[in-house]
Design a protein around this ligand. Structure first.
Ligand SMILES: CSC[C@@H](O)[C@@H](O)C(=O)COP(=O)(O)O
Length: 368
């Protein structure tokens, strides 16, 4: 996707320094577009923990390169496994991280030690290319839903989509998941408008999704997290599309904190609530998302402070709670499958249920 007319992926390997990767420092968007070079596993771990890179598919892809940086020093089985454990622990909820690391380790353990680094780069590059292709396919399937919404309105007015957090191209290697159908609808001339939840506490909606949509020319309005229910009651939301960090075998969905409340409001107002995901986000090992998905607890500082720019365009951080108040910061919540209209995957759309997922992914689900 493009920034100021130049096409980028969210992660790439420069040809003149191809034992490193480049990422955008997402803690600087949208005020600054800063590119960071990462060339060792500790820098990768820091980038994931501090959310310089974020979004379930992207952290998996970045971690895959982190593993290679580690085995450049020692490619033994023990070193490989130790680096894998360290990287998997950087963020607990997004299953794509574990998926990417397990894929890399499984492949590399079959190879002689001296071949592992070169093979690792090839595998991580392939993983990135697949992510782009998968997200494009998700976009095509989700586009059909927006086309249907447009037809249902008699091709009059605007299709209003509400989204939460950022599941766009900067959360993946390219395209994004929830935003891919929106970009495609916009590109084919459907007048689409997006209600962008600000997504406290880190404001991925107002900072990242609004930046992405604006860069692509998609009409959007940033709203307070609490406003979605109101717009649904007023008939101003045609469908909700969100991304996810983990979908269980029975179709429960973990996503950014606040997603569950949007699903409840959508259910109460008969607004379709769709979740877009690559199959790497399905965790076939767990069923009950509320009981079994680990929810990342982040620093309370993210709740007690907000960061933005002041009237002189200077980035600044201000406290928004009394000095003595404490905070709590669960980063994700779980939306039960019964509140999800359906899942948009690279193989098409399905019910948020085991039957639905198995109808699209029969082999994957029988391998565990
Ligand atoms: C395609 S990204 C899907 C999810 O990872 C996204 O919706 C989300 O919740 C991101 O959370 P973040 O904490 O910003 O990494």
């Amino acid at each position: 996707m493009k920034i100021n007319g130049t096409a980028y992926r969210s992660l790439w390997r420069p040809t003149d320094d191809n034992r490193s990767i480049r990422i955008f420092d997402q803690t600087r968007f949208p005020w600054e577009v800063e590119i960071l070079a990462l060339r060792d596993e500790n820098a990768v771990a820091h980038a994931i923990r501090s959310m310089q890179v974020r979004g379930a598919p992207l952290i998996g892809a970045v971690a895959a390169y982190g593993l290679i940086f580690a085995i450049q020093k020692d490619a033994s089985d023990d070193a490989l496994k130790a680096a894998a454990d360290m990287l998997v622990e950087t963020r607990p909820t997004a299953i794509n991280l574990r998926w990417a690391i397990e894929r890399m380790v499984k492949h590399l353990l079959t190879l002689p030690v001296e071949e592992r680094v070169a093979a690792g780069y090839a595998e991580a590059d392939a993983l990135c290319d697949e992510d782009v292709a998968v997200n494009e396919a998700i976009g095509r399937h989700g586009l059909e839903l927006i086309r249907q919404a447009w037809k249902a309105k008699g091709e009059q007015g605007t299709v209003n989509v509400l989204t939460h957090c950022n599941a766009g191209w900067i959360a993946t290697v390219d395209w994004g998941t929830a935003l891919a159908p929106i970009y495609m609808a916009h590109d084919e001339g459907i007048p689409v408008h997006v209600w962008v939840d600000e997504t406290r506490p880190r404001n991925q909606g107002s900072l990242l999704t609004a930046f992405e949509l604006g860069s692509h020319g998609v009409a959007h309005t940033v709203i307070a997290d609490n406003a979605g229910g109101h717009y649904m009651q007023a008939g101003k939301v045609d469908l909700v599309i969100v991304g996810t960090d983990r979908v269980t075998a029975q179709g429960d969905v973990a996503n950014k904190i606040g997603t569950y409340l949007k699903a409840l409001a959508a259910h109460d107002n008969n607004v379709p609530f769709w979740v877009a995901l690559p199959s790497s986000t399905i965790d076939w090992r767990v069923r009950d998302g509320v009981k079994e998905i680990p929810i990342e607890e982040r620093s309370a500082e993210e709740v007690l402070y907000v960061t933005g720019i002041d009237d002189t365009n200077t980035p600044s951080r201000v406290r928004v709670a009394p000095p003595a108040s404490t905070g709590a910061n669960p980063a994700f919540d779980v939306t039960p499958a019964r509140l999800v209209t359906g899942l948009i995957t690279e193989r098409g759309c399905c019910d948020a249920s085991e039957e639905g997922l198995r109808s699209l992914f029969p082999l994957d689900s029988t391998t565990v």
